[in-house]
Design a protein around this ligand. Structure first.
Ligand code: AMP
Ligand code: ZN
Length: 109
């Protein structure tokens, strides 16, 4: 847990978020500035900076994130119409929050 990390603060309950799912290894909440009708963030509880920082010990959480994304898409009835999954990596890749997260965006129709 990082004191100044916005996503760690959300996970600790110090900052509000619109949670849609939580378990022991990850949380899902709505993006505060949605880029699409449905824009969710799938976030590991453990503070991992970016895809660059993944290690063997993160193998399970990464697969859980992707499986959860598919499940959230089904729950929001966008699995068949389609959606995008996106990891921004570091500044040049558009990553603003340095806590690993998977964007699920869709719902355009
Ligand atoms: P990225 O550019 O990949 O780091 O994405 C960070 C995302 O987090 C952006 O889409 C922001 O809109 C979103 N975001 C930032 N602060 C919050 C917050 N407090 N609650 C929910 N989403 C947030
Ligand atoms: Zn963090």
């Amino acid at each position: 847990m990082e004191k100044d990390c916005v996503f760690c603060q959300i996970i600790r309950g110090e900052k509000a978020a619109d949670f849609l799912y939580q378990d022991e290894s990850l949380v899902v909440f709505k993006d505060i500035h949605p880029h699409a009708p449905i824009h969710l963030l799938i976030v590991p509880r453990r503070h991992i900076r970016s895809i660059n920082d993944l290690t063997e010990q993160d193998r399970d959480v990464i697969s859980e994130m992707i499986l959860r994304a598919g499940e959230m898409a089904r729950e929001h009835s966008i699995a068949e119409s389609g959606y995008k999954l996106l990891f921004n990596v570091e500044r040049g890749g558009g990553q603003v929050i340095p806590h690993l997260h998977l964007h699920l965006v869709g719902g355009w129709g």
